[in-house]
Design a protein around this ligand. Structure first.
Ligand code: TRP
Length: 328
């Protein structure tokens, strides 16, 4: 089976765009692909965080992924810091990546411009990301185009490591841009993707928003003044976005759905209801997990043990290959 590795940052909240665009596909694919999902709390440390916030966001993201339908028996779901091999291999990757390569990372330049305090970890972030991927003999990394440079670096570093050690210690991964389930736009700025970083709380439906909030946000979604329901992304971005959301939530084609509506009011009402119904079981499962912390602990410790079994063998192989003395 193909092995896929994805790292997800425990920052921000999971929104409807993430759910319909990516998470739902992970849930569908978990039976066909050997899927490893890692909540990358070590990466989150590269920019200073409030400790309590980081801890609760990490737990919440893990619970939410399970609530969305990732099955701990089917895929591997764990928290990065629970598998110390990530830090272990990251050092070897830092010693394999060059200063010049890391200096050319666009995300580093971006983030270091936006933050007063630039940690050394922010600079070496891609070496840790390479370690994440390479620890699991990963075949594919299904992440967005914004990660292209980081995955390229992981490939280059793996190749260089293998060349230096004279053997195929690390598997060189492929980057695959996953097909997007549905492209969900911001409700207030339908020209922009729904995104937690846009800072548009009214335009973003969170997976954990209560039904009243969801209804309010969708009813206030920006449309246009010509009062015609038609799927036309260029001309009618707001209305088309509502049709896309309704379509994704109900499994129907957005263009065909347009024929069912003459006015915006009923379209908004049905979209709100469909989203509330779509998220209801997710929210219920999430609430159950929050009520039962022992289950989450169990899920995450099983996930970390599964991950560790693979990761420790890879780290050992890499340490021996590079010339570190075996402890036993
Ligand atoms: N850098 C990724 C992001 O910002 C998160 C990440 C960390 C990741 N480690 C990874 C993604 C390994 C894919 C594989 O989204």
């Amino acid at each position: 089976m193909t092995r896929a590795f994805s790292g997800i940052q425990p920052t921000g909240d999971v929104h409807l765009g993430n759910y319909l665009g990516a998470v739902r596909r992970w849930v569908d694919d978990q039976h066909d692909v050997d899927s490893i999902f890692c909540v990358v709390d070590l990466h989150a440390l590269t920019i200073p965080k409030d400790p309590e916030v980081l801890r609760s966001k990490t737990l919440q993201l893990a619970q939410l992924l399970v609530a969305c339908g990732l099955e701990p028996e089917t895929c591997t779901l764990f928290v990065q810091s629970h598998v110390p091999e990530h830090s272990g291999l990251a050092w070897l990757m830092e010693c394999t990546a060059s200063f010049g390569e890391l200096s050319r990372m666009v995300q580093f330049k971006d983030k270091s411009d936006r933050n007063d305090f630039v940690s050394a970890g922010l600079f070496t972030y891609p070496a840790l990301q390479a370690a994440d991927i390479l620890l699991y003999d990963t075949d594919v990394v299904p992440v967005g185009d914004d990660q292209r440079q980081h995955i390229e670096l992981a490939r280059d570093v793996a190749t260089r490591f293998n060349n230096r050690c004279g053997s195929d210690v690390l598997v060189v991964p492929e980057h695959v841009i996953p097909p997007v389930g549905a492209r969900i736009m911001d409700l207030q700025n339908p020209g922009d993707k729904m995104s937690k970083s846009l800072d548009s709380p009214q335009g973003t439906v969170l997976v954990l928003d209560d039904p009243k909030t969801i209804e309010k946000k969708i009813k206030r979604a920006v449309t246009d003044t010509d009062n015609e329901v038609r799927f036309d992304v260029a001309d009618k971005p707001g209305v088309s976005n509502l049709l896309s959301i309704l379509g994704a939530a109900t499994g129907r084609d957005p263009e065909a759905l347009a024929d069912d509506y003459e006015m915006y009011g009923p379209l908004k009402a049905d979209t709100a209801e469909a989203v509330v119904e779509l998220l209801r079981p997710v929210q219920q499962r999430f609430a159950d997990l929050v009520d039962d912390p022992a289950t989450t602990t169990q899920i995450l410790s099983t996930g970390a043990a599964k991950a560790r079994e693979i990761a420790s063998a890879t780290l050992d192989r890499a340490q021996r290959a590079v010339g570190l003395l075996s402890p036993s």
